[in-house]
Design a protein around this ligand. Sequence first.
Ligand code: WTA
Length: 659
Amino acid sequence: MSTTIDSILVEKRTFQPPQQLVDHARVSGMDAYRALCDEADQDPDAFWGRLANENIRWHKPFTKVLNSDNAPFYTWFEDGELNVSENCLDVHLENGNADKTALIFEADDGTVDKVTFRELHARVCRIANGIKSLGYKKGDRAVIYMPMSIEVIATMQACARLGVIHSVVFGGFSFRNLHSRIVDVGASLVITADYQVRGGRKIPLKDPVDQALAEEGGDIVKKVIVYERAGGDVAWTPERDLWLHELEQGQADQCDPVPVEAEHPLFILYTSGSTGKPKGVQHASGGFLLWTKVTTDWVFDAKPDDVFWCTADVGWVTGHSYITYGSMAAGLTQIVFEGVPTYPDAGRFWQMVDRHNVTVFYTAPTAIRSLIKASESDSNVHPKQYDLSSLRILGSVGEPINPEAWVWYYTNVGGERCPVIDTWWQTETGAHIVTPLPGATPLKPGSCTLPLPGINVAVLDEACKEVGAGRGGNLVITRPWPSMIRNVWGDPERFKKTYFPPEMGGAYLSGDNAQIDEDGYCWIMGRTDDVLSVSGHRLGGTEIESALVAHDRIAEAAVVGRPDDTTGEAIVAFIMLKGALPQGDEARDLAKNIRDWITSEVGPIAKPREIRFGNNLPKTRSGKIMRRLLRVIAEGNEVTQDVSTLENPDVLEQFSNAY
Ligand code: WTA
């Protein structure tokens, strides 16, 4: 946990929501937003109860909304029963949307495949019947290790239909990660594919599964279901392995959804975890479904003819909440993309928005920054080469979006028509927490703005006191909400210690540093472990990074602290440059120029002691910068840690020279 941050790079401009959005928005104008906030404040149980009755089909109605008896192990709608898959599929079949397109799948090579809600429902039922025929039932755990596809979504939904608890492992993780998750979650079923295809390359998935299951404890898995994506040429264990298409054959198109208690775990998702072993974040069926659906409606202002594209992989929470569940419950037509943003070139995202007439586009700042860089060196992949006029809302998630990238996104992708919705949330929160509403909230670039109705946040110091406007501290959520984490799978002590430490007085501790300005707007300063202390001044890494990225030679930057005898910490900046890497004097001159820039942008205190250049930053496969490794390099040490979770381990070498 951290203490205070004294300053922030303040972006002064405010952007009002476009009138045509306000006119038709689900939450139209700030008065409507405030009315919802008031409703929730006055009687939270009535507010959440109303939403749960309006948005979910219950098999058995609930009589109690929130139960706090065993806090922080809160339960929601605990005596109600529902089925999540029924709420995502069957309801649309019955409300006249059976023939509406549910998913538009675009393969790595550009091939397009579409399914309607009726077809997807039938597919999910066949897979569920197949899984049931193997003897699996409510409460069993299945690990899913598949590429982005209609099949992975159908498989998750099939598990939900049966009450089988899934744990999706991102296809980019190694067999070791896969193994540890299989063992921790106690999976008896694995669902995978022969290969995944990304950026024109075939990458094995079944092989790592075989390797993982050969490790100690892997024999708890009794069956491996394999989706044939790329030719099926893989090793086979006949008594254990079976093809998905063979399993589906002859299965009925109907499968009765199994009603489960609202608190029945829908899934367990392991967080990337910078320290310690990954935590299995456990989510509950009722509360998760409710808040992912309602936030889809409000935050993306969901409309029946929208084409929604969340570019996340279902291996991460964003894909769970805003591809497989919330957005499907909201009945949206969605894009599912198998490939990568830079293949066959860095215009791929814009080309797909153009081709499929995407109306709501939701991606990560790291993707935006890399596409800015690409479009500056090759004008053919600049968004202005494409017709993006279908867009009406742009979203951002995963890390703070620096004002530079925000304005570029707003101007070049959104044509100054589309609000940029910077959504702050976490695997643990299940759904959006602090975010603008497109038809209501005035936007300040770099701020995720205001908490959603029903959500109460605060910034607290170490003594559990609110720090006051403009001061940094621990971002906490002071009241429970339906889609909150229920437990760390198998480790309730860790759950309590990590998220509800006694010093926070019962609030949920996010682990993020933030400040709330005089307008109540929230500014995320990065994780608590990103905070630097230089000569007694506390500085947010994000703040310096934002300033660095505003320099015209810099595409992306990460700042870490190195212990220093005199100043406490010294700032080391890792910089991803646009264009060629400079050497010798040229590099020294550029480093000086960057120091001068920071001095003028943030102040001399933020001047990096050391600057290291590369043409990328070390990132996990989910696009998060691996600061832990940067700290090792900053301290002048060799990286001896396991770098198998890195997307680009080669980049580490480039940073050996410091200027
Ligand atoms: C960061 C992803 C600033 C934050 C949904 C959080 C953000 C962590 C934002 C959770 C945002 C996510 N602005 N920071 N809009 N969204 N973060 O669990 O540090 O993969 O704690 O969930 O990402 O990452 P996770």
